[in-house]
Design a protein around this ligand. Structure first.
Ligand SMILES: C[S@@+](CC[C@H](N)C(=O)[O-])C[C@H]1O[C@@H](n2cnc3c(N)ncnc32)[C@H](O)[C@@H]1O
Length: 286
């Protein structure tokens, strides 16, 4: 349905929706398991159910049973989405398959951003066998479970939201990763292990400086390793992220050997989701 969605919708809805509004029909959608999520602009509010019913018919062949719209900004520390079901099954808990990994989750209550798809794939590609990885913001295992499916790694997956943690536990089982993924429930400020990791994933757009310190302290203190530090720019209140990472690393006596900023996705008007790949080595004093 992808890029051809809008012309198809226009064809189906001509005559139902006034001509001047047809240009506002959605161009794309996200599919998480059986749930399709679309952005329907306010100007089409009176026609949203008709639009959703057509989308349901169009999506039936690819397993779509529910059509929902984004009903507001993702909220709070748990990053709870705002979604309204418009057509089809009301049940939004689903099984989503991506990169050979099964994710059970409820996209009406848990963030699983389709825009992070390439980042989830990138993490699989750059992680090495036999690494220990700490995922400081694991959610249902979004960024770290696919790595464990593809590579022989040990993962500490930390999550504070009880609902996301429940799905994380289920997803570890569904993907048969009980021997290699260690779930830790709680605030990463309290439960993150120290001196264990070759790689630390910080997949939360509003990290604090103390969390960056915790991420660095999770690295093996003889060898160092990699940090993948996500931020929303310029929304994030932290200073220039590279400067900040260098400053905090320096304070903890690590040298930054490599630092590169990548764009993950467009996040909101004038706001980008970025990730910094940082390689850190403990400072040697002779
Ligand atoms: C937006 S989700 C991101 C999930 C995943 N890392 C990704 O990038 O797709 C962030 C997750 O971090 C969790 N979280 C936020 N603050 C936390 C903290 N202090 N300790 C542990 N988990 C936290 C939230 O509950 C949420 O599930």
């Amino acid at each position: 349905m992808g890029s051809k969605l809008k012309p198809k919708l226009i064809r189906y809805l001509k005559g139902t929706i006034p001509e001047p509004l047809l240009g506002f029909l959605p161009r794309g959608y996200a599919k998480i398991g059986h749930v399709m999520i679309v952005n329907i602009p306010e100007i089409l509010k009176n026609y949203e159910v008709e639009i959703a019913e057509i989308l349901l018919k169009m999506g039936a062949f690819s397993g779509i049973k529910t059509v929902a719209k984004k009903a507001g900004r993702t909220k709070g520390i748990y990053r709870m989405p705002q979604i309204k079901v418009l057509a089809g099954e009301k049940q939004t808990e689903t099984l989503h398959r991506e990169n050979d990994t099964m994710f059970k989750l409820d996209p009406a209550r848990i963030t699983f951003s389709p825009g992070n798809h390439n980042e989830r794939k990138r993490m699989i590609d750059i992680a090495n066998n036999y690494e220990t990885i700490v995922d400081l913001f694991a959610c249902v295992g979004n960024l770290s479970l696919p790595i464990a499916v593809h590579k022989n790694v040990i993962i500490y997956a930390i999550e504070k939201n009880p609902e996301a943690y429940k799905y994380l536990l289920e997803n570890i089982k569904i993907n048969k990763l009980e021997n290699r993924v260690i779930p830790l429930f709680g605030d990463n400020r309290d439960v993150t292990p120290k001196n264990v990791a070759d790689r630390v994933i910080m997949g939360y757009l509003y990290p604090t400086i103390d969390q960056l310190e915790i991420g660095i302290k999770a690295l093996k203190n003889i060898k160092g390793g990699w940090i993948h530090f996500h931020i929303a720019k310029p929304l994030n209140k932290l200073k220039e992220p590279e400067t900040l990472v260098k400053k905090v690393s320096n304070k903890l006596e690590y040298d930054v050997c490599y630092i590169k900023k990548l764009r993950v996705k467009h996040y909101a008007p004038s706001i980008e989701h970025l990730v910094l790949d940082v390689n850190l080595k403990p400072r040697t004093t002779i």
